[in-house]
Design a protein. Structure first.
Lengths: 293, 578
């Protein structure tokens, strides 16, 4: 019996050691962004990533500590023939008070760290000098929208609908008409180094706006306005998709944000405006021709 | 104390059997009981809590199989990018059916099933307080489930198990499957509320002499708090689905912006029920684990009062955390901060339980039978679910995690790695009591390892998928996203997990026929259900033992050993006139 028990114990210890080595091997994979949220597009995404890593590190210490105790107990305290009698203890008040206070302290620390990082994640910075200038400063008439310290940001209204995103460039001048801003679908074009504030709402069911590398998601709920922001230093394309089940083709409700230098952004707005006006004129002409027949 | 002076012969119905040698165990043979009625009619008409408990267990495991098949179909669809095996509408129907089935037709009622079978036995009662109400609870559940599943032949609902408005409104989801779901919620909800009232009445009033609150088995504490939570939480969803029904068919606009309603109202009402529901699904399992760990550690539970109190604390706090499901909705930051802090607070009593279980094992003499495997697996996996829960309670971090596969992984670590592993532990533990026969240890261990490896293979990688930006509830994904490998691993794991579950299913079917005879108390357990025969007679107890501690069977064994007398003669009070 003892002869059989020993190899089994050794095998278990080997298994534990193997698992630890495997976990250490996983560490580089973790740094390769496997175990952390997407980031790199905008500073709020980076700050969320940092906050996550801090909480994950605390969680990892607890994980290894508690799982370690559990595994140790399962190996060490197996019943053995001639082994020690089980200890008939019913509790230990100082110990129990200790781990209660300890657990409360850990979550209090996580809460404190969260409140340290929250302002950076929630509040946008000013646009940089090489960002889009002459921002009109049109606001969404909302008390809750995020504002950079100098109050100047580019505003875009994001509307979710089954199964595509529409973007109204409410600040962009000239507009299509007095009341109708330039708009686009699926692809949002924004200037780099510029603080962009998004107002998010929905035309039909609930959706959720999410470009992982540009920060957290915010739901688009009919009858409500939600807000988020990003400021992209590097030109490029940032992809995402709707994150709230919105119907059969929810998975096809993709989105991308293309960041371009400010002058290209201005040129794109002008071209987009031209394109929309032309197609509207063409449509009007077609309608007229249709009525004539 | 007078009872101890009685010679064994004074209680004619009770005799000790097999009291030979060192392995003497108290066993009671009860004679003079009429043979139980047999045939299918006896099941239809029964008000016996044990038969009703078994009906619950059979039906809910059937629903568990259905929900499992739905999960496997989803995993097949997601095994590779741009797969066309299942169309989007069917996929969303599978998402909806799987979630609804596992929550409303498996985890919540299977716990009611264990509760039904065990509560009267564990507290020393002859039945539930309201036996016919008890039968009604079961039949409401079964017909709720059938009504819901019939929609498969028409148009199954496909709005996700959360049925967020406006997607679940007629304008976007005219399918009568949504209505079938509404009636499922009403029927199973009514079933649960009636069942909960029955548990509360039974536990408050029908405990054996001497079983004060501080001597009540911890599983009974779990069922009691589960019942209070059901009574508090279910009316909220009952109201919500009634409002949805009125919106859909009678022209009201509770959730319709155009008519002055608000879709967020649904989310609040739903989660005001939905989060307590999470604790409804875990507290009785905590109770099971608190029964099983001490028995197989051959040690008393560590910190009985702390475990019972933390159960109550979790339930109280569990009513105050619902909006952590709504961190990405348009909600003021101060509200988000409140719900973050309340969610953190709940980690403390949960942590206390885990420490208490490990402390119970500490310096014990651990006997690794199958129930202990599942119990330790439960703790190991629940720790992961608890930590990922704290991470996603940090609301700015949740803005990245919400509605992704990270959350899918988290809920499965608490609900499957937690609740279902605990339920399997309970199944292996109480099967001998229910059937009179032992399950195969070898098959049980095989099942455990398949389930353990399969479960972790399926769900561990899903954390990574969520962090890489894969939203939940999508029927397919682009290959350019690079999520293919993890999804394939997850699918393989799901089939290993399913194989493990099938091994247990086979073990049950086989052991009912050919399992080793269990006897009254095969595990050397602590609670009163092990005092009676396996399976117990219809009236449970001829004479109800007096309870002197939280571990009455241990007292009985000790007294038997001290007195060298048959089991029945020791702990029994004298019935008047004998």
């Amino acid at each position: 019996m003892i002869a059989r028990a020993l190899p089994r114990r050794r095998a278990l210890l080997l298994g534990v050691a193997g698992a630890l080595v495997l976990l250490l091997a996983l560490a580089p994979i973790a740094s390769a962004d496997w175990l952390t949220p997407e980031s790199g597009g905008s500073s709020n995404a980076n700050d969320i990533d940092t906050l996550y890593k801090i909480v994950l590190a605390i969680g990892a210490v607890i994980f290894f500590g508690v799982e370690g105790l559990l595994i140790y107990a399962t190996i060490k305290f197996r019943r053995k023939r001639g082994g020690p009698e089980p200890a008939m203890v019913h509790g230990n008040t100082p110990l129990e008070v200790g781990w209660t206070v300890g657990a409360a302290l850990i979550v209090a620390i996580i809460a404190a760290i969260t409140f340290v990082y929250l302002p950076k994640i929630k509040n946008p910075p000013n646009s940089s000098a090489n960002g889009l200038q002459q921002l009109a400063g049109v606001e969404f008439a909302s008390l809750t929208e995020p504002k950079p310290p100098n109050g100047k940001a580019l505003h875009i209204n994001v509307v979710g609908q089954q199964y595509i995103w529409r973007y109204d460039y409410v600040d962009a001048q000239p507009r299509l008409t007095e009341n109708r801003p330039v708009f686009s679908y699926y692809e949002m074009v924004v200037p780099t180094n510029t603080t962009v504030v998004l107002q998010i709402n929905s035309a039909d069911v609930a959706h959720s706006w999410w470009i992982p590398t540009l920060g957290g998601k915010q739901d688009a709920i009919p009858g409500h306005n939600n807000y988020t922001w990003f400021k992209i230093p590097k030109p490029g394309v940032y992809k995402g998709q709707c994150a709230e089940l919105c119907g059969n083709n929810h998975a096809d409700m993709l989105a991308e944000v293309r960041a371009v230098p400010p002058d290209q952004y201005r040129a794109w707005i002008a071209a987009q405006r031209q394109g929309i006006l032309q197609s509207q004129q063409a449509l009007a002409a077609q309608r007229k021709a249709g009525e004539g027949q | 104390m007078a009872t101890q002076e009685l010679p064994g012969g004074q209680l004619p119905a009770l005799t000790g059997r097999r009291s030979n040698g060192a392995g003497a165990r108290p066993e009671v043979a009860i004679r003079g009981i009429k043979a139980r009625p047999t045939g299918w009619l006896s099941w239809l008409a029964t008000t016996d809590h044990k038969k009703i408990g078994l009906l619950y267990l059979y039906s809910t495991f059937l629903f568990f199989m259905l929900g499992g098949v739905e999960a496997l179909m989803m995993r097949l669809q997601l095994a590779e990018s741009q797969n066309t095996l299942i169309n989007p509408q069917t996929y969303n129907a599978l998402v909806t059916m799987h979630g609804t089935t596992m929550i409303f037709l498996f985890v919540v009622p299977v716990l009611a099933g264990f509760g039904n079978y065990l509560v009267p036995l564990m507290i020393g009662a002859r039945d539930m307080a309201f036996p016919r109400l008890n039968a009604l609870s079961f039949w409401l559940l079964l017909f709720g489930g059938i009504l819901f599943y019939v929609s498969v032949f028409f148009e199954p609902p496909n709005a996700g198990w959360t049925f967020y408005t406006p997607l679940s409104e007629t304008a976007f989801n005219p399918s009568n499957g949504v209505d079938a779901w509404i009636f499922l919620i009403h029927l199973t909800g009514l079933s649960s509320i009636l069942g909960a009232i029955n548990f509360i009445a039974t536990i408050h009033n029908m405990r054996a002499r001497g079983m004060g609150w501080a001597r009540m088995p911890l599983f009974i504490w779990g069922i009691l708090i589960y019942s209070y939570l059901l009574v508090l939480a279910l009316p909220s969803i009952a109201a919500a689905v009634t409002m949805l029904l009125f919106d859909r068919h009678f022209g009201t606009g509770f959730f319709d912006v155009v008519q002055g309603g608000d879709p967020l109202l649904w989310q609040h009402l739903f989660w005001f029920f939905g989060h307590p529901e999470v604790y409804i699904m875990i507290l009785p399992v905590f109770g099971m684990i608190s029964e099983i760990i001490p028995v197989f550690s051959r040690k008393p539970i560590f910190g009985y009062k702390a475990i019972a109190a933390s159960t109550a604390a979790i339930a109280f706090l569990g009513m105050l955390v619902w909006a952590h499901h709504m961190f990405t909705t348009p909600t003021p930051v101060v509200v988000l901060a409140f719900f973050m802090l309340s969610s953190f607070a709940i980690a403390v009593p949960t942590g206390i339980k885990i420490f208490n279980w490990i402390a119970t094992m500490w310096r014990g003499a651990l006997v690794f039978k199958v129930p202990m495997y599942f119990a330790v697996g439960f703790i190991a996996q629940f720790i992961i679910g608890g930590i990922s829960g704290v991470i996603s309670a940090v609301f700015p971090v949740d803005w990245q995690l919400q509605d992704t596969y990270f959350i899918v992984a988290h809920i499965h670590y608490v609900l499957f790695g937690g609740s279902v592993f605990g339920i399997f532990s309970g199944l292996y533990y109480w099967f001998p009591k229910m059937s009179g026969r032992m399950m195969s240890e070898a098959l049980g261990k095989l099942s455990f390892w398949l389930m353990f490896v399969g479960f972790n293979t399926t769900f561990l990688v899903q954390h990574a998928l969520g962090l890489q930006g894969m939203p939940r509830r999508i029927y397919t994904y682009q290959s350019a996203n690079g999520w293919g490998v993890e999804n394939f691993i997850s699918t393989v794991g799901a089939f290993v997990l399913a194989a493990g579950i099938l091994v247990t299913l086979y073990n049950v079917v086989r052991s009912v026929k050919v399992g080793k005879k269990a006897g009254n108390d095969p595990w050397n357990a602590n609670t009163l259900e092990w005092f009676v025969q396996s399976p117990p007679p219809e009236n449970n107890f001829d004479v109800i033992p007096r309870v002197r501690s939280a571990e009455p069977m241990k007292d009985i064994r000790r007294e038997v050993a001290a007195a060298g007398r048959p089991a029945g003669s020791v702990a029994q009070p004298v019935a008047p006139g004998t």
